[in-house]
Design a protein around this ligand. Structure first.
Ligand SMILES: [Zn+2]
Length: 204
């Protein structure tokens, strides 16, 4: 007997917290405590990655599977096959894969789930959150690195027009703060991995 059923729950797209999509199908696998939601983009515009001008529709890319916030305690995955566009302006007709603002290229998680993981990391180790959320340890570590990098970038990239309003001393302090934060986090992660190894070798 199969435990999988199609369209057994009706979820409005807006409840997912993901913009510019409509839901194509919802698949539940209650035995595995998993829900898979296939969505498709309703955003027509795909801007060329070379010249930033609108492209013409050019098929679809590869299937992406992104972990999302759990629904009723079930591990939830969002599936999307991104649209692709071909540029009529660029030489060779360069192609661009559409990316919606709730995920990053090469990410394994949706942005709302990334925020949830970062929140869970407060007062917890990467190993703890990895176990509790059943998320790959290295993917979680990669997420923290990406987040720190983004924070450092937003601290170091400022608009030259408003630069005069920013205190340069404050700006340098922010960069130092985020660099120190990154180092402290790496040290904590290293120490907790050593502790885990020690605990494992004691329990053997
Ligand atoms: Zn172009």
């Amino acid at each position: 007997m199969t435990n999988k059923s199609k369209q057994s729950i009706n979820i409005p797209a807006e409840v997912l917290g993901l913009s510019d999509v409509e839901i194509e199908s919802v698949t539940t696998d209650l035995r595995a405590r998993q829900i898979t939601i296939r969505v498709s983009s309703i955003k027509d515009e795909i801007l060329c990655r070379e010249c930033n001008q609108p492209t013409n529709p050019h098929g679809r890319g590869r299937l992406l599977r992104l972990r999302h916030l759990s629904i009723l305690g079930k591990e939830t995955t969002i599936e999307i096959i991104p649209r692709r566009g071909r540029c009529p302006h660029c030489d060779g007709g360069s192609t661009t894969t559409q990316r919606l603002d709730w995920y990053d290229t090469n990410s394994k998680f949706t942005r709302p789930y990334e925020q949830h993981l970062l929140f869970e990391l407060i007062n917890s180790t990467v190993a703890d959150v990895s176990r509790k959320e059943d998320v790959d340890y290295h993917a979680l570590e990669g997420l923290v690195d990406k987040y720190i990098e983004e924070e450092c970038q937003s601290a170091s990239n400022f608009d030259p027009q408003t630069a005069s309003k920013i205190d340069p001393q404050k700006h340098i302090i922010m960069i130092i703060f985020f660099t120190v934060l990154a180092s402290v986090f790496k040290a904590i992660t290293f120490i907790s991995s050593l502790n885990n190894r020690t605990m494992m070798s004691q329990s053997v």
